[in-house]
Design a protein around this ligand. Sequence first.
Ligand code: NAD
Length: 448
Amino acid sequence: LPSSPMPAPRITVVGTGYLGATHAICMAIMGFEVLGADIDPNKIELLRDGRVPFFEPGLPEKLGQALASGRLRFTTDFDEVAHFGDVHFLCVGTPQAAGSGAADLGYVEAAFTTLAARIARRALLVGKSTVPIGTAARLTRMIREISPIGSELELAWNPEFLREGFAVQDTLHPDRLVFGVESEWAESQLRAVYAPILGTGTPLIVADLATSELVKVAANSFLATKISFINAMAEVCEATGADVSLLAQALSLDDRIGRRFLQPGLGFGGGCLPKDIRAFRHRAEELGVGQAVSFLGEVDAINNRRRVRTVDLIRELAGGNLAGVRVAALGAAFKPNSDDVRDAPALDVARLLYLEGAVVTVYDPEANANAHRLYPDLNYAGSMAEAVAQADVVALLTEWEEFRQADPDYLAGLVRQRLIVDGRHALDASDYTSKGWEYRALGHPYQA
Ligand code: NAD
């Protein structure tokens, strides 16, 4: 830590899921004293034991280092959390509410009120969860009523942009930091916490609470829109015989457009983009500006149609009927290098195939266990070879490196028929067609 006139703030991280566990571990690596807390005792037990409760490359090593440094501890005792921290990061989940597109803010409210009732000295509560615009202002009013120290307890918002699969890198070397603050003191506390990162020249935007909430949902909306844009073009390609891969390549050479998030395929999923764009639409409606973001409804619809269309491709390849067809579903996680199956397109496709009577065998290098919890009726294989054995159709649904690198000759020796649907445009079509495979991809022309 850089030397400063103030003692380094002591940090707590409330909610140790994907975001919170990463944040707590990285803050300790940066040199702070950190206490991580969760209501889930199993998670806390695992973390204390040096085991990360989910798959994230590089994080187990960092957890080991942080625990060994003696600067990182975990607890389920919120009195201890309140007593320990100068700056409290709140990283609890904001899932989609049952039966509507709105965000369920129950966890956030519970976490803020639990702490606000217990904190007895000047401290800063920093929200990191992704929330609808206006949440921070409402929480400020809520904690003011509860807190025994009144305005000595302040609130700030510090949205998080980390990507699963790159969580450590993104936390230690973010593209930018955004502080939503209402006082100079709050800003100074956040500057102290992020000093090691700001010291490397990371851009900082200091904003009001509403802007900081909006940055996160706007960023996710933009990314989702970019993905759905190219997938909408894929739909047009399918109707015209044009090739969406070549189209994407040509578009991306314009650096105003760029290459990233312009890959056509099965579309986005996971615990963030889908729920965030729905919650944004819902909140915009409440604010009377629903029209301004009504296009996000289209973005969502385009995305969902890709899942259905992937099932269509598999059915067409199988001869028009899926009953009894053996499908090897390669991938379950919503993206490679993650075991997260929340709103995973791959599993949605597997589920739809199963509902049409296909015999689906799923294999994911890391997400089988999570997928099994969600869909126990599907078959799960312990390896790619096992999943592919005797398959009528192979469907690549999450673009893990293992699947990209697979040898079409080797796979040909395992399957019953050489039929493959590349749901992620992850393979070289000619590698497969030259080995006698029938290859299909969304927005990719073929001779019937
Ligand atoms: P998660 O479900 O993995 O973790 C949430 C954790 O909070 C769980 O461990 C849960 O037990 C705990 N929790 C719930 N209520 C609690 C309470 N009252 N006190 C203490 N702990 C409590 O979710 P996540 O993926 O880490 O996401 C958390 C938030 O961060 C969400 O708002 C999400 O949108 C946002 N976010 C996530 C990512 C990501 O890549 N996962 C990136 C940026 C932002």
